[in-house]
Design a protein around this ligand. Structure first.
Ligand code: GDP
Ligand code: MN
Length: 380
């Protein structure tokens, strides 16, 4: 789950990382009041979960409270990069001499946390990474040992900032590392971390992604989840507790159990096909959940064939069959289905599906072969 900039900055404040003074506004009047309170020029920042807001017109500098109100009325209710703007962060404008990049993320291969920094921060950091990779410094942190003082100092010396900024940079790095671990983040980023004209280090922007698998430990974020930037099918899957991951292929898969789902994808690939998704309905799923799963699969335009592979144990085949029937009653589709239902109440499930005249198979291999053949034919 990605946090909004204002949420990231609340965390920064809690962990002693300086950021500009400011408040959240959801109406132009509020924006004006905040601008009055801050006095002096302010920056209006659209709170949308997408990068590059600055270039897309989502970051505006204004000089007076009246201008703040007028500009806020233009941005609020509109869209930035096609996402609705429901609130603005109104902050004192900061004048700076330099933009630094500082970020940390998980290196899954090494099982470590990787810290990344560059003296060439700002809106074009991706370009810097490509054209001047030597300007990007990285260090790996063993999560069991944590970030050591000398490592933060190494990073400071590596990115070539003046020695007088080493201490605040090291402190910011250590504090960001605390933010990162305390919220179970997969990414924590300050870009830009600026050196102001008064020689202070301040976080002008913040981006934090919290690991979805750790959200149960952070209920305060779940309440504030903003779904507008997420794929609607992923939100729907979450609602029904389905594990769903969209992929690029054309064979939609509905399977019970993560291992079986992986095996199903493997055999599709092995036979020359391409799975359109990973979808595990879990153990003991009822008809309603199966219907929801099919709704999600069929909403994907890339899907041209559906493969249902159920090995009934706790999951009853008759419940799955009912779910398929409901889905077919509800959703008009001419996409072919291949169904393999074996195990608990297999016989009952066949009766339920008899009239639907769907292609069936007894083994996973046979089912995958049929699905791959159908998907290939349709594509041709
Ligand atoms: P992003 O485009 O979504 O990454 O949004 P940022 O918050 O990073 O803002 C983009 C750019 O706007 C920054 O790199 C700064 O150059 C500029 N910017 C943001 N806030 C201020 C500010 O208070 N004063 C000035 N002068 N520039 C700002
Ligand atoms: Mn930024």
């Amino acid at each position: 789950m990605r946090l909004h900039e204002y949420q990231s900055k609340e965390l920064f404040t809690k962990f002693n990382i300086p950021s500009p003074r400011g408040h959240l506004a959801s109406t132009p009047e509020e924006a004006k009041l905040i601008a009055q309170e801050l006095s002096g020029p302010v920056v209006l920042k659209a709170q949308v979960l997408v990068g590059g807001r600055g270039k897309a017109g989502g970051i505006r500098l204004v000089k007076t409270p009246d201008e703040a109100e007028e500009m806020a009325s233009k941005i609020l209710g509109g869209r930035i990069k096609n996402l609705p703007v429901r609130s603005l962060l109104v902050e004192e404008a900061v004048t700076f001499q330099h933009e630094i990049y500082l970020g940390m993320t998980v290196d899954r291969q090494k099982g470590e946390i990787i810290l990344i920094a560059s003296s060439e921060g700002g809106v074009d950091i991706e370009q810097v990474a490509q054209s001047k990779p030597e300007k990007i410094s990285k260090i790996s942190i063993n999560p069991l040992l944590g970030l050591r003082d000398f490592q933060a100092r190494d990073l400071a010396s590596d990115i070539e900032i003046s020695r007088k900024f080493w201490r605040p940079f090291i402190l910011t790095t250590q504090n960001l590392y605390r933010v990162f671990t305390s919220v179970d983040a997969t990414l924590a980023e300050i870009n830009p971390l600026v050196i102001t004209n008064e020689n202070r280090l301040i976080a002008l922007d913040g981006k934090i992604i919290v690991d979805d698998n750790a959200l149960f430990r952070h209920p305060e974020f779940i309440e504030k989840r903003d779904l507008s930037a997420e794929a609607p099918e992923e939100a729907e899957a979450r609602k029904f507790c389905l594990s769903y991951i969209k992929l690029d292929g054309n064979i939609g898969c509905l399977v019970n159990g993560a291992g079986l789902a992986m095996a199903t994808m493997d055999i599709i690939k092995h036979l020359g096909g391409q799975p359109a998704n990973f979808l595990d309905i879990g153990g003991g799923a009822g008809a309603e959940k199966v219907t929801a799963a099919l709704r999600i699969i069929l909403a994907d335009d890339q899907v041209n064939t559906v493969l249902i592979n159920i090995f009934g144990g706790i999951t009853r085949c008759d419940e799955v069959a009912l779910g398929i029937r409901h889905a077919l009653d509800e959703i008009q589709t001419d996409k072919p289905f291949v169904i393999r239902l074996v195990g608990t109440n297999e016989h009952e499930s066949k009766q339920i599906l008899q009239s639907a005249e769907l292609e069936t198979a007894d083994t996973l291999h046979e089912a995958a072969e049929k699905a791959v053949a159908l998907a290939g034919e349709i594509d041709r």
